[in-house]
Design a protein around this ligand. Structure first.
Ligand code: ADP
Length: 242
């Protein structure tokens, strides 16, 4: 196999001219204005940019939650912009774990039970206790959300997202509701998963400090990627302060 073929194998996503317009006519909002990019398998990518610059729109299309207006978003051989609904649902269920700013845990279930909700409907999942240990919550398995801090609840949400062993972890402002110290622990959990499981990870933030933990930073502005930067070294999240 040639080296350039191996490089092709390592590309997980290929985005070409990705465009999203909400609404029509004079009130139309151009959320993405032709974004082209590639994402390598196992990479840690930070999507950085101000509010309204199109980061969530891109993540939602890449995660199969929304459709583009134009352009292409390939996940290996699957074009997410034009595959049928069943293929998109299967892709989302099998291949993608989501983490959002708010944790959406079920209050009446323990940490272990919240994760089990997903593992019970997945082929070949991780053991819930194993997923919770990966995010440092091995001693909190039987605690309810109300007995956990915000950062711990977010780590339960991360364990829930990765327990089905997705190839991709998509995180939309995972530390948006957290202070610096708690937020860095959450980012530490995401970093550990990326390193230990090789899960390709995209993290949205508007906080420039967080970009230092990435292999690659996509800088967003007004519906475009205005710059892509590779970090020579990834800073451990524990060293980040904001
Ligand atoms: P970011 O994640 O960078 O804050 P978004 O992708 O959420 O940016 O939003 C990009 C633009 O698209 C914004 O102007 C936002 O108001 C608009 N937008 C996002 N979702 C919708 C929607 N469902 N309907 C209409 N406009 C939307």
């Amino acid at each position: 196999m040639h080296a350039d073929e191996r490089a092709q194998d390592r590309i997980l996503y290929r985005l070409e001219g990705l465009t999203k317009v909400y609404g029509e006519g004079p009130g139309a909002v151009h959320a993405l204005r032709g974004v082209s990019a590639t994402v390598s398998a196992a990479a840690m990518i930070v999507l950085l940019g101000p509010s309204g610059s199109g980061k969530s729109t891109l993540l939602n299309i890449v995660g199969g939650l929304d459709r583009a207006t134009d352009g292409h978003a390939w996940f290996r051989g699957l074009d997410l912009t034009c595959c049928d609904e069943d293929e998109l649902t299967e892709y989302r269920r099998r291949s993608v774990g989501f983490v959002f700013q708010f944790y959406n845990l079920i209050a009446s279930l323990t940490a272990r039970e919240n994760v089990s909700l997903i593992t019970e409907i997945t082929d070949d999942p991780m053991n819930p206790a194993e997923a919770l240990a990966l995010v440092g919550l091995q001693d909190r398995l039987d605690h309810f959300p109300a007995q956990l801090s915000g950062g711990e609840q977010q780590r339960v949400a991360i364990a829930r997202a990765i327990a089905k062993k997705p190839e991709v972890l998509l995180c939309d402002e995972p530390t948006g509701a957290l202070d610096s110290e708690t937020g860095t622990r959450v980012l530490g959990a995401i970093d550990t998963i990326n390193r230990e499981l090789g899960t390709t990870t995209l993290v949205i933030t508007h906080n420039a400090v967080i970009a230092d933990m990435a292999d690659e930073v996509m800088l967003f502005g007004d519906g475009r990627i205005v710059e892509t930067r590779r970090n020579a070294v990834r800073r451990p999240p524990a060293e980040l302060k904001w």
